[in-house]
Design a binder for this molecule. Sequence first.
Ligand code: SF4
Ligand code: SF4
Ligand code: SF4
Ligand code: FES
Length: 281
Amino acid sequence: MVNVRIDGKEMLVPEGKTILEAAQTVGIDIPTLCFHKRLPPIGSCNMCIVEIQGRPEPVTSCNTLVEEGLDVTTTSDALHAQRIINLKKILHHHALDCPICDRAGECDLQNIVYRFGITDVPFEPRAQKRDNAYATSLIRYWPERCIMCRRCVTACNSIKGIGAIDIIGEGDDARLVPVAPDKCKSCGECLSVCPTGALTENLGRHKGRPWLEKRTKTTCGYCGCGCQLELSVLENRVIGVHTKTDDGVNQGSLCVKGRFGYEFIGDESRLKTPLIKENGQ
Ligand code: SF4
Ligand code: SF4
Ligand code: SF4
Ligand code: FES
Protein backbone atom coordinates (compact mmCIF):
# COMPACT_ATOMS: atom_id res chain seq x y z
CA MET A 1 0.00 0.00 0.00
CA VAL A 2 1.14 3.57 -0.65
CA ASN A 3 0.06 6.88 0.89
CA VAL A 4 -1.28 9.43 -1.58
CA ARG A 5 -3.20 12.70 -1.35
CA ILE A 6 -5.83 13.52 -3.95
CA ASP A 7 -7.55 16.91 -3.77
CA GLY A 8 -6.48 17.12 -0.14
CA LYS A 9 -7.85 13.68 0.78
CA GLU A 10 -5.27 11.37 2.37
CA MET A 11 -5.67 7.73 1.38
CA LEU A 12 -3.95 4.36 1.39
CA VAL A 13 -3.98 2.81 -2.08
CA PRO A 14 -2.79 -0.65 -3.19
CA GLU A 15 0.34 -0.51 -5.33
CA GLY A 16 -0.36 -1.02 -9.01
CA LYS A 17 -3.51 1.14 -9.00
CA THR A 18 -3.71 4.18 -11.24
CA ILE A 19 -4.40 7.69 -9.99
CA LEU A 20 -7.78 7.54 -11.76
CA GLU A 21 -8.75 4.32 -9.96
CA ALA A 22 -7.66 5.75 -6.61
CA ALA A 23 -9.69 8.92 -7.21
CA GLN A 24 -12.78 6.95 -8.23
CA THR A 25 -12.72 4.92 -5.01
CA VAL A 26 -13.36 8.12 -3.02
CA GLY A 27 -15.88 9.57 -5.47
CA ILE A 28 -13.59 12.11 -7.16
CA ASP A 29 -14.82 12.51 -10.73
CA ILE A 30 -11.99 12.99 -13.23
CA PRO A 31 -13.24 13.48 -16.83
CA THR A 32 -12.34 10.58 -19.13
CA LEU A 33 -13.07 9.63 -22.72
CA CYS A 34 -10.79 6.84 -23.98
CA PHE A 35 -10.80 5.07 -20.60
CA HIS A 36 -13.08 2.02 -20.35
CA LYS A 37 -13.12 -0.12 -17.25
CA ARG A 38 -12.91 -3.42 -19.16
CA LEU A 39 -9.90 -2.29 -21.17
CA PRO A 40 -6.26 -1.71 -20.27
CA PRO A 41 -5.44 2.03 -20.17
CA ILE A 42 -5.14 3.53 -23.65
CA GLY A 43 -4.06 7.10 -22.89
CA SER A 44 -5.15 8.62 -26.19
CA CYS A 45 -7.57 11.44 -25.29
CA ASN A 46 -5.72 13.44 -22.59
CA MET A 47 -8.99 14.37 -20.88
CA CYS A 48 -8.00 12.74 -17.57
CA ILE A 49 -4.98 14.97 -16.94
CA VAL A 50 -4.13 15.88 -13.34
CA GLU A 51 -1.41 17.91 -11.65
CA ILE A 52 1.18 16.26 -9.40
CA GLN A 53 3.01 18.53 -7.00
CA GLY A 54 6.64 18.91 -8.03
CA ARG A 55 6.11 17.85 -11.65
CA PRO A 56 6.26 20.53 -14.35
CA GLU A 57 3.54 19.11 -16.63
CA PRO A 58 0.15 17.46 -16.00
CA VAL A 59 0.00 13.67 -16.42
CA THR A 60 -2.80 11.40 -17.66
CA SER A 61 -4.33 9.80 -14.58
CA CYS A 62 -5.72 6.71 -16.36
CA ASN A 63 -2.26 5.30 -17.02
CA THR A 64 -0.12 6.81 -14.24
CA LEU A 65 0.36 4.55 -11.23
CA VAL A 66 0.18 5.77 -7.66
CA GLU A 67 3.47 6.22 -5.81
CA GLU A 68 4.29 6.83 -2.17
CA GLY A 69 3.77 10.49 -1.26
CA LEU A 70 2.03 11.66 -4.46
CA ASP A 71 0.08 14.89 -3.99
CA VAL A 72 -2.47 15.11 -6.79
CA THR A 73 -4.82 17.91 -7.87
CA THR A 74 -7.65 16.93 -10.22
CA THR A 75 -9.40 20.29 -10.62
CA SER A 76 -7.86 23.69 -11.38
CA ASP A 77 -8.37 26.53 -13.85
CA ALA A 78 -5.29 25.42 -15.79
CA LEU A 79 -6.50 21.81 -16.03
CA HIS A 80 -9.96 22.96 -17.12
CA ALA A 81 -8.50 25.16 -19.85
CA GLN A 82 -6.19 22.39 -21.06
CA ARG A 83 -9.03 19.83 -21.10
CA ILE A 84 -11.07 22.19 -23.29
CA ILE A 85 -8.14 22.52 -25.70
CA ASN A 86 -7.74 18.73 -25.78
CA LEU A 87 -11.45 18.19 -26.38
CA LYS A 88 -11.51 20.77 -29.17
CA LYS A 89 -8.64 18.92 -30.86
CA ILE A 90 -10.72 15.73 -30.75
CA LEU A 91 -13.77 17.55 -32.10
CA HIS A 92 -11.85 19.16 -34.93
CA HIS A 93 -12.30 16.02 -37.04
CA HIS A 94 -15.65 14.95 -35.61
CA ALA A 95 -18.90 15.88 -37.32
CA LEU A 96 -21.36 16.88 -34.59
CA ASP A 97 -24.30 15.28 -36.34
CA CYS A 98 -26.07 14.30 -33.13
CA PRO A 99 -29.59 14.82 -34.58
CA ILE A 100 -29.11 11.90 -36.98
CA CYS A 101 -26.65 9.83 -34.94
CA ASP A 102 -27.83 6.50 -33.47
CA ARG A 103 -25.75 7.09 -30.34
CA ALA A 104 -27.24 10.47 -29.41
CA GLY A 105 -28.61 10.40 -25.90
CA GLU A 106 -26.14 7.76 -24.67
CA CYS A 107 -22.91 9.00 -26.25
CA ASP A 108 -19.80 9.53 -24.09
CA LEU A 109 -18.51 12.21 -26.45
CA GLN A 110 -21.81 14.09 -26.51
CA ASN A 111 -21.90 13.97 -22.70
CA ILE A 112 -18.37 15.32 -22.25
CA VAL A 113 -18.93 18.07 -24.85
CA TYR A 114 -22.06 19.07 -22.92
CA ARG A 115 -20.17 18.94 -19.63
CA PHE A 116 -17.52 21.34 -20.93
CA GLY A 117 -20.05 23.53 -22.76
CA ILE A 118 -18.23 23.52 -26.09
CA THR A 119 -20.16 25.12 -28.94
CA ASP A 120 -17.68 26.64 -31.36
CA VAL A 121 -15.48 24.06 -33.06
CA PRO A 122 -14.95 24.31 -36.81
CA PHE A 123 -15.26 20.81 -38.30
CA GLU A 124 -12.72 19.70 -40.85
CA PRO A 125 -13.10 16.17 -42.27
CA ARG A 126 -9.97 14.05 -42.15
CA ALA A 127 -8.05 13.92 -45.35
CA GLN A 128 -8.06 10.15 -45.02
CA LYS A 129 -8.53 7.69 -47.80
CA ARG A 130 -11.93 6.03 -47.51
CA ASP A 131 -10.94 2.82 -49.28
CA ASN A 132 -10.36 -0.27 -47.18
CA ALA A 133 -12.46 1.17 -44.33
CA TYR A 134 -13.57 -1.18 -41.60
CA ALA A 135 -17.09 -2.60 -41.98
CA THR A 136 -18.84 -5.94 -41.73
CA SER A 137 -22.25 -7.07 -42.89
CA LEU A 138 -23.50 -6.34 -39.35
CA ILE A 139 -21.40 -3.33 -38.34
CA ARG A 140 -21.26 0.05 -40.05
CA TYR A 141 -18.31 2.42 -39.60
CA TRP A 142 -18.85 6.18 -39.82
CA PRO A 143 -15.34 7.64 -40.34
CA GLU A 144 -16.43 11.24 -39.78
CA ARG A 145 -17.58 10.34 -36.25
CA CYS A 146 -14.46 8.40 -35.30
CA ILE A 147 -12.24 10.14 -32.73
CA MET A 148 -9.42 7.57 -33.08
CA CYS A 149 -9.61 6.72 -29.39
CA ARG A 150 -8.52 3.08 -29.96
CA ARG A 151 -11.12 1.57 -27.65
CA CYS A 152 -12.37 -0.71 -30.46
CA VAL A 153 -8.86 -1.85 -31.39
CA THR A 154 -8.00 -2.51 -27.75
CA ALA A 155 -11.24 -4.45 -27.17
CA CYS A 156 -10.67 -6.64 -30.23
CA ASN A 157 -7.14 -7.37 -28.99
CA SER A 158 -7.51 -7.63 -25.23
CA ILE A 159 -11.04 -8.98 -24.76
CA LYS A 160 -11.47 -11.06 -27.90
CA GLY A 161 -7.79 -11.81 -28.55
CA ILE A 162 -8.41 -11.42 -32.26
CA GLY A 163 -6.72 -8.26 -33.55
CA ALA A 164 -8.92 -7.86 -36.62
CA ILE A 165 -8.69 -4.05 -36.71
CA ASP A 166 -6.08 -1.38 -36.10
CA ILE A 167 -5.57 2.35 -36.46
CA ILE A 168 -2.82 3.15 -38.90
CA GLY A 169 -1.32 6.55 -39.62
CA GLU A 170 -1.28 9.56 -37.31
CA GLY A 171 -3.02 12.90 -37.01
CA ASP A 172 -4.99 13.78 -40.13
CA ASP A 173 -3.93 10.52 -41.78
CA ALA A 174 -5.12 8.22 -38.99
CA ARG A 175 -7.74 5.69 -40.02
CA LEU A 176 -9.33 2.53 -38.71
CA VAL A 177 -8.65 -0.40 -41.00
CA PRO A 178 -9.36 -4.12 -41.00
CA VAL A 179 -5.86 -5.62 -40.70
CA ALA A 180 -7.17 -9.20 -40.50
CA PRO A 181 -10.72 -9.06 -41.90
CA ASP A 182 -10.99 -12.84 -42.26
CA LYS A 183 -10.56 -13.18 -38.49
CA CYS A 184 -13.39 -10.77 -37.60
CA LYS A 185 -16.33 -12.60 -36.02
CA SER A 186 -18.73 -9.64 -36.22
CA CYS A 187 -19.10 -10.07 -32.46
CA GLY A 188 -19.70 -6.35 -31.94
CA GLU A 189 -17.29 -6.01 -28.99
CA CYS A 190 -15.76 -3.02 -30.79
CA LEU A 191 -19.18 -1.48 -31.28
CA SER A 192 -20.16 -1.97 -27.65
CA VAL A 193 -17.12 -0.09 -26.27
CA CYS A 194 -17.08 2.73 -28.85
CA PRO A 195 -17.67 6.04 -27.01
CA THR A 196 -19.30 7.61 -30.08
CA GLY A 197 -21.65 6.72 -32.91
CA ALA A 198 -18.71 5.78 -35.15
CA LEU A 199 -19.67 2.10 -35.03
CA THR A 200 -23.34 1.25 -35.39
CA GLU A 201 -25.42 -1.74 -36.30
CA ASN A 202 -25.85 -2.33 -39.98
CA LEU A 203 -29.24 -3.97 -39.53
CA GLY A 204 -31.00 -0.70 -38.81
CA ARG A 205 -34.40 -1.72 -40.09
CA HIS A 206 -36.08 -0.50 -36.94
CA LYS A 207 -34.71 2.57 -35.22
CA GLY A 208 -35.44 4.18 -31.93
CA ARG A 209 -34.10 6.86 -29.64
CA PRO A 210 -32.78 5.64 -26.26
CA TRP A 211 -35.20 7.84 -24.34
CA LEU A 212 -38.18 6.36 -26.21
CA GLU A 213 -37.15 2.72 -25.81
CA LYS A 214 -37.95 0.40 -22.94
CA ARG A 215 -34.95 -1.70 -21.88
CA THR A 216 -35.76 -5.17 -20.59
CA LYS A 217 -33.07 -7.19 -18.85
CA THR A 218 -32.94 -10.83 -19.87
CA THR A 219 -30.70 -13.84 -20.46
CA CYS A 220 -29.54 -14.77 -23.94
CA GLY A 221 -31.33 -17.92 -25.06
CA TYR A 222 -28.95 -19.12 -27.75
CA CYS A 223 -26.72 -21.34 -25.58
CA GLY A 224 -26.16 -22.36 -21.98
CA CYS A 225 -23.62 -19.66 -21.03
CA GLY A 226 -26.30 -17.42 -19.57
CA CYS A 227 -25.01 -14.10 -20.93
CA GLN A 228 -26.89 -11.10 -19.57
CA LEU A 229 -28.27 -8.50 -21.95
CA GLU A 230 -30.94 -5.87 -22.32
CA LEU A 231 -33.46 -5.87 -25.14
CA SER A 232 -34.45 -2.46 -26.49
CA VAL A 233 -38.16 -2.47 -27.13
CA LEU A 234 -40.09 0.16 -29.04
CA GLU A 235 -43.79 -0.16 -29.87
CA ASN A 236 -43.73 -3.79 -28.77
CA ARG A 237 -40.89 -4.66 -31.16
CA VAL A 238 -37.31 -5.60 -30.22
CA ILE A 239 -35.05 -3.13 -32.03
CA GLY A 240 -31.66 -3.79 -30.45
CA VAL A 241 -29.49 -5.45 -27.82
CA HIS A 242 -27.37 -3.71 -25.19
CA THR A 243 -25.01 -4.93 -22.49
CA LYS A 244 -23.55 -3.55 -19.28
CA THR A 245 -19.91 -4.01 -18.32
CA ASP A 246 -20.73 -5.01 -14.74
CA ASP A 247 -23.50 -7.47 -15.51
CA GLY A 248 -23.38 -11.27 -15.48
CA VAL A 249 -20.73 -13.76 -16.51
CA ASN A 250 -20.26 -12.01 -19.83
CA GLN A 251 -19.42 -8.58 -18.31
CA GLY A 252 -20.72 -6.83 -21.44
CA SER A 253 -19.43 -9.26 -24.07
CA LEU A 254 -21.65 -11.23 -26.43
CA CYS A 255 -21.14 -13.39 -29.49
CA VAL A 256 -22.52 -12.44 -32.88
CA LYS A 257 -25.80 -14.32 -32.28
CA GLY A 258 -26.48 -12.73 -28.90
CA ARG A 259 -25.60 -9.22 -30.09
CA PHE A 260 -27.30 -9.17 -33.48
CA GLY A 261 -29.60 -12.19 -33.69
CA TYR A 262 -32.75 -10.56 -32.33
CA GLU A 263 -34.79 -9.78 -35.44
CA PHE A 264 -36.40 -13.24 -35.46
CA ILE A 265 -38.30 -12.31 -32.29
CA GLY A 266 -40.71 -10.07 -34.20
CA ASP A 267 -40.54 -11.90 -37.54
CA GLU A 268 -43.97 -12.15 -39.19
CA SER A 269 -43.33 -15.74 -40.33
CA ARG A 270 -42.58 -16.94 -36.81
CA LEU A 271 -44.94 -19.67 -35.59
CA LYS A 272 -47.41 -18.38 -33.02
CA THR A 273 -49.45 -21.56 -32.46
CA PRO A 274 -48.50 -25.26 -32.26
CA LEU A 275 -48.77 -27.19 -35.54
CA ILE A 276 -50.57 -30.56 -35.62
CA LYS A 277 -49.49 -33.18 -38.10
CA GLU A 278 -52.47 -34.49 -40.11
CA ASN A 279 -52.39 -37.18 -42.82
CA GLY A 280 -48.61 -37.25 -42.66
CA GLN A 281 -48.37 -33.52 -43.42
S1 SF4 B 1 -21.03 10.44 -31.91
FE1 SF4 B 1 -21.99 11.50 -30.19
S2 SF4 B 1 -21.29 13.61 -30.34
FE2 SF4 B 1 -20.90 12.63 -32.30
S3 SF4 B 1 -22.69 13.03 -33.56
FE3 SF4 B 1 -23.05 11.09 -32.55
S4 SF4 B 1 -24.17 11.62 -30.67
FE4 SF4 B 1 -23.23 13.49 -31.44
S1 SF4 C 1 -16.60 -7.39 -34.54
FE1 SF4 C 1 -15.40 -8.48 -32.95
S2 SF4 C 1 -13.80 -9.54 -34.11
FE2 SF4 C 1 -14.64 -7.99 -35.50
S3 SF4 C 1 -13.33 -6.19 -35.24
FE3 SF4 C 1 -15.04 -5.96 -33.79
S4 SF4 C 1 -14.28 -6.85 -31.85
FE4 SF4 C 1 -12.92 -7.57 -33.50
S1 SF4 D 1 -14.54 3.49 -34.02
FE1 SF4 D 1 -15.18 4.23 -32.00
S2 SF4 D 1 -13.90 3.08 -30.55
FE2 SF4 D 1 -12.94 2.89 -32.56
S3 SF4 D 1 -11.41 4.52 -32.63
FE3 SF4 D 1 -13.30 5.31 -33.60
S4 SF4 D 1 -14.39 6.33 -31.94
FE4 SF4 D 1 -12.85 5.03 -30.96
S1 FES E 1 -9.05 8.80 -20.26
FE1 FES E 1 -6.92 9.01 -19.80
S2 FES E 1 -6.03 9.58 -21.70
FE2 FES E 1 -8.14 9.20 -22.19
